[in-house]
Write a protein that binds this ligand. Structure first.
Ligand SMILES: Cc1cc2nc3c(=O)[nH]c(=O)nc-3n(C[C@H](O)[C@H](O)[C@H](O)COP(=O)(O)OP(=O)(O)OC[C@H]3O[C@@H](n4cnc5c(N)ncnc54)[C@H](O)[C@@H]3O)c2cc1C
Length: 412
């Protein structure tokens, strides 16, 4: 029996290894269209590979996926972050968690992960063929009534497969999914996720490099907001709060052609009422202090000065002299700095695709297509994507593992 895995990325390797290890007598062949295997693993996490996230409760882990959370919540019960850590450890790769939860190999090198996957595939007897893309899948039915697939390859040859795992990753264009749509699969339109906001007329442009550990970014007119570290850049705003918001709002932002108003709250842990009280008591306690040169709430000096400037408070204004009108403006700029986003920028080349194979046509336990028995999906080709922090690789490991195991189990 011939099992073919299409795509030599994280999901394809995990699927191939899981299948070959579960049924060593199977012939498992992995086809990769380029000459490079695991190329995203190599560049991921700045060359360190953020393998997963140290969160071991499936229902909580799955909350980090704007798309696919429901499918993954159950899948993580079988193969989640704990199983990933154990999987790599069993094969000699120890992972460590950073304070923010991201997990990396202790070597801090993605090559460690690549070596491990290549070695595990070799040991399990997976045949790897690079420079071999699959251009078309032709479903067939054998004399015994069993399905099989005729694969048309980029070198003009064909190959037969009894089971097929499609793990070809995301594609920025809908046409990139045509070969799968031809098989009857619905595809959610692909749009980018994980990007930073361009704000050409940012009132805080001069402050590039300043980071605030805890801000809230809200999108005007939408139910979209996210809290976390925020970084001011020379082109706009970045940092986890923005990146994660870009994932949750990927579709909405695309529909708005990446033009919208974002409202930044620099001190989200305070209500407006308590902020006003705190400003009032500070004013009473320090009437002679200059407003703009004495930052409050732990905000960086330059940011505070800029926010005071946006509230039209001259540098020489003392707290006792601050008119109510400017106090109100200061409250506004602290809680609702309004910025006009006009475009996006990819974050450190790290991006994922929102969209892909519609999950309603995929069996949630086995990742098998409900349209074509014998055909399975894993990884980013599915309409599954997570926020940054190791969640995208975890989705690839999990769906690859489930598909590989299910393929092996489907062959008697
Ligand atoms: C720069 C960068 C950094 C990242 N860093 C992280 C990180 O640290 N942590 C994290 O969780 N996520 C990270 N991600 C996201 C993560 O890399 C992806 O979500 C993950 O690689 C998806 O795995 P995959 O196997 O589904 O797809 P891919 O890794 O994209 O692999 C698919 C493979 O299939 C091949 N292929 C495509 N079509 C065909 C075909 N027709 N025939 C044969 N082969 C084909 C492709 O060439 C490719 O090798 C990063 C992404 C990028 C771009």
């Amino acid at each position: 029996m011939q099992v073919v895995i299409i795509g030599g990325g994280a999901a394809g390797f995990f699927g191939a290894i899981a299948c070959a290890e579960a049924k060593p007598q199977l012939q498992v062949t992995l086809l990769e269209k380029t000459n490079k295997l695991l190329s995203k693993v190599r560049v991921s996490g700045g060359g360190r590979c953020n393998v997963t996230h140290s969160c071991f409760v499936p229902s909580i882990f799955s909350q980090h996926y704007p798309r696919g959370a429901k499918l993954l919540k159950d899948a993580f019960k079988t193969f989640g972050a704990a199983e990933t850590v154990a999987w790599f450890e069993k094969r000699g790769v120890k992972l460590k968690a950073e304070p923010d939860g991201r997990m990396f190999p202790v070597t801090d090198s993605s090559e460690t992960i690549i070596d491990c996957l290549l070695q595990a595939a070799r040991k399990a007897g997976v045949q790897i063929k690079t420079g071999m893309g699959v251009e078309r899948i032709e479903p067939q039915t054998g004399a015994n009534g069993n399905p099989f697939f005729l694969l048309h390859l980029s070198n003009g040859s064909t190959l037969l497969a009894d089971r097929l795992l499609v793990s070809t990753g995301g594609n920025p264009k809908l046409q990139g999914y045509d070969w799968l749509r031809e098989l009857g699969h619905a595809v959610q339109e692909p749009v980018p996720s994980l990007f930073t906001f361009n704000v050409p007329a940012s009132p805080l442009k001069e402050l590039q490099g300043i980071a605030v550990p805890h801000a809230r970014v809200r999108i005007a007119g939408q139910k979209l907001e996210y809290e976390g570290p925020l970084l001011i850049t020379h082109w706009g705003y970045s940092g986890p709060a923005v990146l994660k918001l870009s994932a949750w709002g990927a579709r909405v932002f695309h529909e708005q052609n990446y033009h919208f108003t974002a409202l930044i709250n620099w001190i989200p842990e305070r209500s407006e009422e308590s902020l006003r009280e705190q400003l009032q008591s500070y004013r009473k306690a320090h009437p002679k202090k200059l407003v703009s040169s004495n930052p409050l709430f732990g905000l960086p000096q330059r940011l505070w000065k800029a926010l005071a400037g946006m509230a039209e408070i001259p540098d020489d204004t003392k707290w006792a002299e601050l008119p109510a009108r400017n106090t109100n403006k200061l409250v506004e700029s602290l809680l609702r700095t309004s910025v006009e986003v006009k475009g996006k920028t990819t974050f450190k080349e790290e991006f994922v695709t929102c969209g892909g194979i519609d999950l309603s046509q995929v069996n949630k336990r086995s990742m098998e297509s409900q349209r074509l028995p014998g055909l399975y999906f894993a990884g980013e080709v599915l309409d599954v994507d997570g926020i940054t922090g190791g969640f995208n690789f975890q989705a690839a490991w999990t769906t690859g593992f489930l598909a590989g195991k299910a393929i092996a189990a489907s062959i008697l």
